[in-house]
Design a protein around this ligand. Structure first.
Ligand code: ZN
Length: 543
């Protein structure tokens, strides 16, 4: 092994790990990167974690009614930096759970052999047990769940999994279907996310939770994972969690597992030496050399460069992602209780509003939020179907539909009396210029949210007005999610801006909401006329 502190503290015969690692090497190929197509060989931390996760207690006996009893650990949590090989390890483990030896089958006496042909695989592979070694057999029917924080993120493990099936002998009897993987005897591997709760009803015999450091009670994925784990335990199955280091402010699934007093959870987390500072370029390199020592496919210079770039915008995230450290962020910008208490389902009686827009091209969302002269924030609607002015690129073939956004803004200008319209101009400069020409530069204002000097005071005002209940909102669920996602990112001089906790946790609707409030507050300060209204208009609430 590459890392000298990975020594076993038990008899190496008392595990299914070596059998399984050999099985995986024979049946799975490296799914990508510089070693793509080679046999998937687990060394270093990957071998260490496999051997520990499948550790068998010394007095284990074969009892079909008690499938969990032979195992020393009920579940495992593996923490590592980006690109250290968690995804291929998890994919290999899942496939071996699905069709390889995953249950205890007694102790070898001398000449026992695991033969693939005895278990429905025609590849001809055999494994000779050492005398006294724990033996394994496949579960007859495996139903495995693969949980990810978001739908898009199931790909982290699901994609390598599919590549491994296609590129090796498993393609003879394991089939990639639409939305799941078919295992023998009507078994399955199913990718799941919290959004697909309906699929959680099915009984599972095992599961893998990817990025469990992001599963929290506020995003409800923690609850989903706990439900899944209970179901799996009832079927006498075991689970694995993979994650980057988490934010200790969030009490995520990974954090709970690590802080739990239970001794039947295997935990792997190799922390870099504490005396090295992630802020120093030289120390940072030493930290990377340490945490990636076990991952020969990683180019340390490439990691140094990626980390250096992320350090500039979000040092906390960089230290977690690449430095493999638990770093406390400044925490959430808004808590659930504060957000919820200001929800008002009301008719918008007034045509006088201000607007805020956070634009994007792809990846991030584009959102327009509004605030009335009386301080009620809402998501307007547009078009014949009264669509909300929220565009998620995933719903538009990956790209924000600019024509829709422009049509929506035009309609809002026709239907309302817009006092101010603040736009974060990134990627939208040309359109912002056009609106400015059309409606005047006292109304349309380009307002870059990445300028700390103006963003910090705006966030402060927004937060103070929320705390003092001088503004209300419509309960729009997207804006709520984005508001609760938003994290404070520390900047010089005790100031902060907002950041997202992960690429998949968007905050764009919250940014638009902050801009709408800033626009309205500035308009009020500038003597926004308090004249009574034209006819009422009901606003849609998105559910
Ligand atoms: Zn085989």
């Amino acid at each position: 092994m590459a890392v000298d502190d990975l020594t076993l503290d038990f008899d190496p015969l008392h595990t299914l790990g070596f059998l399984r690692v050999d099985w995986i090497e024979r049946h799975c190929k490296v799914p990508g990167g510089v070693y793509e197509g080679d046999d998937l060989a687990f060394n270093g931390w990957q071998l260490y974690c496999s051997v520990n996760h499948h550790r068998i207690v010394p007095d284990a006996v074969v009892d079909p009614r008690r499938l969990l009893a032979p195992f020393h650990y009920r579940r495992s949590v593996v923490v590592g930096p980006q690109k250290c090989g968690k995804s291929p390890w998890g994919a290999g483990e899942l496939l071996c759970d699905g069709v390889g030896p995953s249950l205890f089958a007694g102790w070898a006496l001398g000449d026992e052999v695991y033969r693939c042909e005895d278990h429905g695989c025609g590849c001809g592979w055999e494994y000779e047990y050492a005398p006294g070694e724990a033996m394994g057999i496949p579960r007859r029917k495996s139903l495995l769940g693969l949980l990810a924080y978001a739908e898009s993120q199931t790909q982290n493990v699901y994609e390598p999994l599919q590549t491994m099936i296609h590129s090796g002998p498993l393609s003879e009897f394991v089939f990639v279907r639409e939305g799941f993987i078919r295992l023998p005897n009507r078994g399955k591997i199913v990718p799941l996310s919290a959004a697909a709760r309906s699929k959680l009803g099915q009984p599972l015999t095992g599961g893998l939770g990817d990025e469990s450091g992001l599963y929290t009670s506020s995003n409800k994925v923690l609850d989903t994972w706990q439900t899944m784990r209970r179901g799996i335990a009832a079927m006498q199955g075991r689970t694995i969690e993979l994650t980057n280091p988490w934010d200790p402010m969030e009490n995520s699934a990974a954090q709970q597992a690590f802080e739990s007093k239970r001794d039947d959870i295997f935990r792997y987390y190799r922390k870099p030496p504490a005396d090295l500072s992630y802020g120093s370029k030289r120390d940072r390199h030493k930290i990377h050399a340490y945490v990636y020592a076990d991952s020969p496919w990683v180019d340390p210079a490439g990691i140094d460069a990626e980390a250096a770039e992320l350090v500039e915008t979000d040092p906390t995230q960089a230290e977690r992602f690449f430095g493999n450290r638990l770093v406390q962020g400044l925490g959430a910008f808004i808590d659930d209780a504060l957000w919820t208490r200001q929800t008002r389902l009301e008719i918008i009686p007034d045509k006088r509003i201000s607007l805020g827009m956070d634009g994007s091209v792809s990846g991030d969302w584009t959102v327009i939020r509004a605030e009335t002269i009386d301080g009620h924030r809402f998501t307007p609607t547009y078009g014949p179907d009264n669509r909300p002015t929220i565009w998620n690129p995933a719903e538009w073939n990956g790209n924000i539909p600019r024509g829709e956004v422009v049509a929506a803004a035009d309609q809002l200008f026709r239907e309302f009396k817009i006092a101010r319209f603040y736009i974060d101009p990134r990627h939208w400069e040309t359109q912002a210029d056009a609106w400015e020409l059309e409606h005047g530069d006292e109304v349309v204002v380009q307002w870059p949210t990445n300028q700390i000097g103006r963003m910090y005071p705006a966030l402060n005002r927004y937060h103070t007005d929320l705390v003092e209940d001088s503004t209300t909102h419509d309960g729009c669920v997207v804006t709520r999610t984005h508001a609760l996602n938003a994290r404070k990112v520390a900047k010089a001089g005790d100031r902060y801006i907002l950041g997202k906790p992960s690429e998949h946790q968007k905050i764009d609707a919250e940014m638009a909401d902050v801009l709408a409030h800033e626009a309205a507050a500035d308009a009020r300060a500038g003597g926004w006329a308090r004249i009574r209204t034209t006819k009422p208009r009901r606003m849609a609430v998105i559910r």
